[in-house]
Design a protein around this ligand. Structure first.
Ligand SMILES: Cc1cc2nc3c(=O)[nH]c(=O)nc-3n(C[C@H](O)[C@H](O)[C@H](O)COP(=O)(O)O)c2cc1C
Length: 336
């Protein structure tokens, strides 16, 4: 592990840092229930891009208050993440637009309706779209996305259906679009950032790594479970309903898989499987584990990158270490 530099490393210059007005090309992914103001502000004030997650807020006014809280903590740019389908988005989007947030990221469905509304209101907001395939990336570009986030199979939370790993997905998308690409899925340190830049990405988006930082509101038992886990300790749930998502392996997660296997054996399709699975995969079960620390009666999202996470640093420590380590990797390559 690289030592934390005593002062901010020199800014990096990529198409993403220029686009977003940040010092380092490191974006904190939207994290359901875990993207609150203290984390977003810590990431942004350290030189990355922090994000609030709409999935975290019960009401649009809660989002407005969180935006004010971020602005009270840092004057640096930040984003708001919109996971389509989690809840009705219109009133939350009104707040984000009225507050003129610099960046909005969209995931989980067809981004077009949200993008049209953002573009009609304000052409300055940078729209980032999460994608897991070449066609979705091209579509996002055609719709006017400022950049795409290419999320590989290693990642935590919801994934694409084609199981394409980050190492192949990122260069495929880099070659297929002209807008900048952020690499996501499996990145936790400077070696990962260096690798992503080498693949042609202009930056990275990290999810699981930002769960286990000091400013995060994940329960200490969730953070400790990430540190304790290795790369074989995740499983993919929700395949039976066509929306695969990676969680930390646990007896509760195994129970979900058992029910899914039974449903598939009975020939259930997505529609018939959903009502039977819902009591297990409900958001309340995620919150019980992630926020209350009851890992026996709920599940938590996490990527294979848990195998690379061995500590719970402050966001600034993590980001500055990553930048320093990335530069060391660059020197290594230059000297080969
Ligand atoms: C706890 C957790 C919650 C997540 N919630 C969201 C979300 O609400 N919106 C979203 O766009 N992505 C969400 N994701 C995906 C991340 O933003 C990111 O794309 C993914 O974690 C990248 O893979 P990594 O975990 O290997 O870094 C979540 C991921 C995790 C681990």
């Amino acid at each position: 592990m690289t030592d934390t530099p005593a002062s901010a490393p020199a800014p990096m210059h990529t198409r993403i840092t220029e686009l977003l007005g940040i010092d380092y090309p490191i974006v904190q992914g939207g994290l359901a229930h875990l993207s609150l103001a203290p984390l977003a502000a810590a990431v942004s004030s350290a030189g990355g891009l922090g994000q609030l997650g709409v999935a975290c807020f019960a009401t649009p006014e809660d989002l407005r208050a969180a935006i004010a809280e971020v602005r009270g903590l840092t004057d640096r740019p930040f984003g708001v993440n919109f996971p389509i389908g989690v809840k009705p988005m219109d009133a939350f989007l009104e707040v984000a637009l009225a507050e003129r947030v610099p960046c909005i990221s969209i995931t989980g469905g067809n981004p077009e309706p949200l993008m049209r509304r953002i573009q009609a209101a304000n052409r300055k907001t940078n729209i980032l779209v999460l994608v897991a395939g070449v066609r979705a990336a091209q579509k996002a570009q055609d719709l006017g996305a400022a950049a795409v986030i290419a999320v590989g199979f290693e990642g935590g939370g919801h994934l694409g259906r084609d199981d394409i790993g980050t190492l192949v997905l990122v260069p495929r998308i880099v070659d297929a679009v002209q807008i900048p690409v952020l690499a996501s899925g499996g990145i936790a340190n400077g070696r990962g950032l260096a690798a992503a830049l080498t693949l042609g990405a202009a930056g990275v988006e990290l999810g699981t790594r930002f769960v286990a930082v000091q400013e995060g509101n994940a329960h200490p038992r969730y953070k400790a479970a990430i540190v304790a886990a290795n790369e074989t300790d995740t499983v993919i749930i929700e395949r039976a309903i066509g929306r695969p998502a990676r969680v930390l392996r646990s007896p509760f997660a195994e129970q979900i898989l058992t029910v899914e296997a039974e449903l598939l054996a009975r020939g259930a399709d997505r529609e018939t499987a959903l009502p039977e699975l819902l009591p297990l995969i409900a958001g309340a079960n995620n919150m019980r584990a992630a926020l209350d620390g009851d890992l026996a009666h709920g599940f938590v999202w996490a990527g294979q990158v848990v195998g690379l996470i061995h500590d719970i640093p402050a966001a600034r420590e993590l980001i500055w270490q990553m930048v320093t380590e990335t530069r060391t990797c660059g020197q290594y390559l230059a000297n080969l």
